[in-house]
Design a protein around this ligand. Structure first.
Ligand SMILES: [Zn+2]
Length: 72
């Protein structure tokens, strides 16, 4: 399953950090952040529930960049 989320982040470097943090979150198969569009595209593992995975993604992203936001 794939979903897109609107994000808030200040620069491309932090967008990359968010992408890495999202990729490392359990339940996430792959994640791509598009800084120009301020979007995060997330592909979930089979059986993973976005409603439980995305709060963990947001938490991990805030660890690496506390100014970022993901609109869930
Ligand atoms: Zn930045």
């Amino acid at each position: 399953m794939k979903k897109s989320y609107k994000i808030e982040v200040d620069c491309a470097n932090c967008a990359n950090k968010m992408e890495d943090a999202a990729k490392k979150t359990p339940g996430v198969k792959d994640a791509v952040v598009n800084f120009m569009a301020l979007k995060m595209h997330v592909e979930f593992e089979d059986g993973a529930d976005p409603k439980t995975v995305m709060p963990a993604v947001l938490k991990n992203c805030k660890k690496v960049e506390d100014d970022c936001e993901i609109y869930l």
